[in-house]
Design a protein around this ligand. Structure first.
Ligand SMILES: [Zn+2]
Length: 200
């Protein structure tokens, strides 16, 4: 169990707003989550947050710039109000299409709400698709399904994997970027999605 408390501070020497979280940890660390900066510090002892943040200014600026460009990119998209049943139908048709193209036979398709992955594919051919994708565009859904189908041919993200994926999505790098933009939009729409451990 970790103990946490949250403060909002704005320090003049780093023009990125950050939130301090106290936790039962030994070493402090910085974390960017969906564009917001968190400074996680040990619960015990006295810790100079300002000095720590100042020491990592370069790292912070680099990541802040990335999220700024992501925000601008995300402005091009809107979340789709798609029904779960329509989403599942769409996934099944994308799965059939990709399986036929790549000449593979998935054993099972599962849907699940996941925190950190859009899809997965086991060695035995069980494909799991994150239900959160239902808010994203048709082509993003098709892209994620296709990615998992390609894993039935190549397990790892190596050169062969991307060569196969590029047969269907020559612009897969753009698709990844768009997927990240959608993820950002979804996070911003889910105010309560981001959970910290409760104060013990
Ligand atoms: Zn993968």
């Amino acid at each position: 169990m970790s103990l946490s408390s949250v403060f909002d501070l704005r320090k003049p020497n780093v023009d990125t707003k950050y939130t301090i979280i106290k936790r039962n940890i030994k070493n402090p660390r910085l974390e960017f989550k969906h564009g917001d900066l968190f400074v996680i510090v040990p619960t015990r002892g006295v810790f100079d947050v300002e000095a720590f943040v100042t020491r990592h200014t370069r790292w912070i600026k680099k990541h802040a710039a990335y999220y700024e460009s992501l925000k601008v990119h995300a402005d091009k998209f809107v979340l789709e109000p798609r029904l779960a049943a329509d989403f599942q139908k769409l996934v099944i048709s994308c799965l059939d299409e990709a399986a036929q193209y790549y000449k593979v036979t998935p054993k099972e398709l599962r849907f699940k709400t996941m925190r950190s992955r859009w899809g997965s594919c086991t060695n035995t051919g069980i494909i799991t698709i994150n239900l959160k994708l239902r808010y994203f565009s048709d082509d993003i859904i098709r892209y994620v399904v296709c990615h998992e189908i390609v894993h039935m041919r190549v397990r790892r993200h190596d050169r062969n994997f991307y060569a196969l994926l590029a047969e269907t999505f020559p612009d897969f790098k753009d698709m990844d970027k768009n997927l990240t933009a959608y993820e950002y939009l979804l996070h911003k729409s889910e105010v309560f999605d981001y959970k910290f451990p409760k104060q013990a």
